[in-house]
Design a protein around this ligand. Structure first.
Ligand SMILES: *Cc1c(COP(=O)(O)O)cnc(C)c1O
Length: 352
């Protein structure tokens, strides 16, 4: 009998399929989504009209790119849309990484970068954040000198620490590394920061964005890359032709039409995360990391017990496990204001 396992690519042998946790009775604070309902009218508008789904989607996503060009101020030829950032990370590594190449990562950071590196056969070099939060620019530049290093992924604000790296540090890595720098700005809207205005200066800079967080479209899977048109053209070669489905393209255009409503939600989220951070900070025995995203990393004395106790009390946070430089920690995303208040009360009770 053939055992398919023996035929699996060695890089995938140590990999486990990603499983997201679903507990229907809990307040969901584990996936950094936008907790607010869609703006009034958006849902109706999405389902109305005579759009046809029997045809293939527009492979160029022209209407969506037109709307994105307006929103970002970039040219359409400098935009590439994808089926969530997940696909974009893989596309970057399958285009610029692969066998014999390495991607530089800064743990603790988003776990999907490592998954994508294994899936694409790209090796990885880890340059840990100093004290778990500060970008080690010198270390990254040193690692970038290796000839096999071809891509650097920086996450700003960083998931799961919430830390925002200084703009000058990011620009230095882009300017001095000589490698593709993919800057993941999934939480950029919450920090009010972006390096997209530097794209005209650097052909090696790719800025990655998503509709999953501030734009509340996580269920529809939509992300995009900004870069110089020549660099984006290189990535388009390996992109699957109809990677963003027609319905999602439609939803993306619509979300940008409602951008002012989402900006208003973002402002409330910014206020709420600050309250959540300050509330946790006041609880003795809990360490908390200051954040510019819509989530906060915290560390009670017994993270695993606190995680389970929170579930018992109806709150699902993310158990990050043992993070490099930090240790066992939990991450909670902002929920609706009344949930955040209750969460703080419950957390206080649990750890006291
Ligand atoms: C949530 C998140 C994304 C978005 O992923 P999608 O596939 O677009 O939903 C990207 N990067 C980071 C670091 C994230 O936390």
């Amino acid at each position: 009998m053939t055992n398919p396992q023996t035929l699996l690519r060695p890089a995938l042998r140590s990999l486990k399929a990603y499983e997201s946790k679903s507990l229907p009775n809990c307040v969901r604070m584990e996936a950094n989504e936008n907790p607010f309902p869609w703006p009034e009218g958006m849902r109706n508008e999405l389902f109305q009209g005579d759009f046809q789904l029997n045809r293939y989607p527009d492979g160029q996503a022209s209407l969506l790119k037109k709307a994105l060009a307006q929103y970002t101020g970039m040219e359409q030829s400098g935009i590439l849309t994808g089926n969530g950032s997940d696909e974009l990370i893989q596309l970057i590594l399958s285009s610029f990484g692969g066998e014999g190449k390495k991607v530089i990562l800064h743990p603790p950071t988003f776990s999907m970068y490592q998954v994508a590196s294994k899936v694409t056969g790209t090796g990885f070099v880890e340059v840990p954040l100093l004290q778990g939060v500060t970008l080690d620019v010198e270390g990254i530049l040193r690692a970038a000198q290796r000839p096999e290093a071809s891509v650097i992924i920086l996450c700003n604000p960083n998931n799961p620490t919430g830390s925002l790296f200084p703009r000058e540090d990011l620009i230095r890595v882009v300017r001095e590394s000589g490698k593709i720098v993919a800057l993941d700005e999934a939480y950029g809207e919450f920090a009010g920061e972006s390096l997209a205005d530097q794209i005209t200066n650097y052909p090696n800079l790719l800025v990655m964005k998503t509709f999953s967080k501030a734009f509340a479209l996580a269920g529809l899977r939509l992300g995009y890359l900004l870069g110089q048109p020549e660099t984006i053209e290189l990535l388009n070669r390996a992109r699957s032709p109809f990677n963003v489905n027609a319905f999602t393209q439609r939803a993306g255009v619509l979300a940008l039409k409602y951008v002012e409503d989402f900006r208003q939600q973002t402002r409330i989220i910014q206020r709420e995360i600050e309250n959540l951070y300050l509330g946790i900070k006041e609880i003795s025995g809990v360490t908390v990391w200051s954040t510019r995203a819509n989530f906060v990393l915290f560390q009670p004395a017994q993270p695993n017990q606190v995680y389970e106790a929170l579930i018992q009390k109806g709150f699902l946070v993310r158990n990050m496990g043992n993070l490099p430089m930090i240790g066992d920690a939990l991450r909670a995303s902002v929920s609706l204001p009344e949930d955040n208040e209750r969460f703080l009360t419950v957390l206080r009770e649990i750890v006291s």
